[in-house]
Design a protein around this ligand. Structure first.
Ligand code: MLT
Length: 250
């Protein structure tokens, strides 16, 4: 096992299982943590703010006895990774920002999220977000890989409506953290699927431009869930990032 652990932070409205293929592969050579957000399933929900999720991740890293880690966040996981970097910079040795962005929501987007949260809460089910595979998965995956569509749909159906509403409200409240990213001195990789309709190549290029040490990896024929749609490509990007952490001059 190499020394630096890797922490995998999941997207919305999903849980740690979305990292399963990447974690299984990386787990043969690295210590891997993939916590559920914002807190463990049996813990009460805090106020809806991603900072609480970041503090939870910090506690998970510390309670595992780990020091600085490579932190990889996909979409909402990336928002949490940047909050972790702001609040607990000593825990972040390298950063992978996967299908995500560093900017805040527009007022319209934030209002839409709060409306979805209200709908989920009123329904008491995840019905208002059940159709999300249509936007989360790339066109190629949706047309050619029904098994992946089925898997993601099943994961969404198994989420707790209270946590889904929590996440929408917390994401709506997040600030722009481009400045936090710009101040980071460790290695960064930005990964994006070229069919990502949620946080596309523009968002990835914006983050890459913000920081000196960033590499950009565009994964062909995948959408917003690159770690599910092409786990080998994401695993390779993460392994290279770990290598850069271990050999800073390379
Ligand atoms: C996610 O994949 O985590 C969400 O699509 C993020 C978002 O809604 O901004």
């Amino acid at each position: 096992m190499t020394t630096t652990p890797i922490v995998l932070l999941h997207a919305f409205p999903l849980d740690h299982r979305m990292w399963g293929d990447v974690a299984a592969d990386l787990g043969t050579t690295h210590r891997v943590l993939a916590p559920d957000l914002p807190v463990a399933a049996d813990e009460p929900l805090p106020d809806p703010a991603l900072e609480h999720a970041a503090d939870h991740v910090a506690a998970v890293i510390r309670s595992a006895g780990y020091g600085p880690a490579v932190v990889a966040g996909l979409s909402m996981g990336g928002y949490v990774a940047l909050a972790l970097l702001e609040r607990h910079p000593e825990l972040v040795a390298g950063l992978a920002l996967v299908d995500t962005k560093s900017t805040a929501d527009t007022p319209e987007a934030a209002a839409k999220r709060r409306a979805v949260a209200d709908d989920v809460q009123a329904a008491g089910t995840v019905d208002p977000v059940r159709g999300m595979p249509e936007v989360l998965l790339g066109e190629t995956t949706r047309s050619a890989r029904p098994d992946v569509v089925e898997r993601v749909t099943a994961w969404i159906g198994e989420q707790d409506p209270a946590r889904v509403a929590w996440a929408q409200r917390a994401m709506a409240a997040r600030p722009d953290r481009t400045d936090v990213l710009a101040e980071f001195r460790g290695p960064v990789v930005v990964v994006v699927g070229d069919e990502d309709q949620v946080t596309g190549v523009d968002s990835a290029e914006h983050m890459t431009a913000a920081v000196d040490q960033a590499l950009l990896v565009v994964v062909p024929r995948v959408g917003h869930l690159s770690a599910v749609e092409d786990p080998a490509a994401v695993r390779t990007a993460l392994a290279e990032l770990l290598q850069r952490v271990h050999e800073p001059s390379s």
